[in-house]
Design a protein around this ligand. Structure first.
Ligand SMILES: [Zn+2]
Length: 297
């Protein structure tokens, strides 16, 4: 239930091909100068920057050299296209939920005129690997990958040992953070024979963000997971997408929001996948890709 963590974006130096760096160097330097507010030097000082890379961006054949950079500063290379945007990651449930039934059973607004419990314990694999641990781990990996692209990440919970936050707080987190997108990360607990991921979105929509952008975000996440060779759900939704009126976090959101059910933790094959660090890294890579696609639409 701690305050959301807001981490400042880091300057990305590597990973942008040289031609693009040359083309957008002027704009990037201007944007960074405007947004860094004096913290860029600290942000870049720990990055092992080869001098030629920086010099290329700083002295390339731009028609007009920017003059707004700090005097004497080394201008970093262009940020990724989505740099500076804010993403809220919402790892489902929390490690302390099971031990706090009174707290998580408290009724909160569901976004459609009713109420529902603050939160639930989530599911687990048959071997006992908990959904809250899975969602926390994957979210941390996604956070790190997004921050490498200078995307700012706000988490709805700051650890995997607390209680809550309630679903209505999670639903409000995107607007509070000024987020371009909110992605809730979960895993399902269905019959053992069922398998595959699906992405849920609010339906019927209750506002403009839910009407179009949330579906775009859901499709981008679905496509990225499919491209990452994850099986599309064979038991819920259609083509990996699931319209839902009953998920408060989705119904309450006024920014583009989607909820990824990564796997069925009760399916033996998918239990092995979510229980392995390599599997979680694959989920994180696909979710990161989906978010990036949406942010660069
Ligand atoms: Zn869940």
């Amino acid at each position: 239930m701690g305050a959301p963590l807001i981490q400042r974006s880091r300057v990305r130096v590597f990973g942008v091909p040289a031609p693009r760096r040359l083309a957008v160097g002027v704009l990037a330097a201007t944007a960074l100068a405007a947004s860094c507010l004096g913290s860029c030097a600290a942000a870049t000082s720990g990055v092992p920057t080869p001098a030629p890379t920086v010099e290329t961006a700083a002295t390339g054949p731009a028609p007009a050299a920017p003059t707004s950079a700090e005097p004497g500063s080394i201008r970093p290379a262009a940020p990724a296209p989505a740099a500076g945007k804010i993403v809220v990651l919402d790892p489902g449930h929390n490690g302390g939920n099971a031990g706090s039934p009174n707290t998580i059973n408290r009724q909160v607004p569901d976004g459609r005129g009713g109420t529902k419990p603050c939160n639930t314990t989530g599911t687990s694999t048959d071997a006992g690997y908990a959904e809250h641990a899975f969602t926390w781990d994957v979210a941390q990996r996604v956070k790190a990958s997004l921050e490498q692209q200078s995307i700012r990440v706000v988490m709805t919970r700051s650890s995997d040992v607390g209680v809550g936050p309630c679903v209505d707080e999670r639903g409000a987190a995107g607007a509070r953070a000024g987020a371009a997108a909110v992605v809730s990360i979960h895993a399902d607990g269905s019959a053992a024979g069922n398998r595959g991921f699906h992405v849920a979105y609010s339906s019927p929509p209750l506002n403009d963000a839910q009407r179009g952008p949330a579906l775009d975000l859901s499709r981008d996440l679905r496509d990225a997971l499919r491209d990452g060779n994850f099986a599309i759900s064979d038991y819920i939704g259609k083509d990996g997408l699931s319209p839902r009126p009953d998920l408060a976090g989705l119904s309450l959101s006024t920014v583009p929001t989607a909820l990824v059910e990564c796997a069925n933790m009760r399916n033996a094959q998918e239990a092995a996948l979510v229980s392995s660090p390599a599997g979680r890294a694959r989920y994180a890579a696909a979710i990161t890709e989906g978010i990036t696609r949406f942010l660069t639409r």
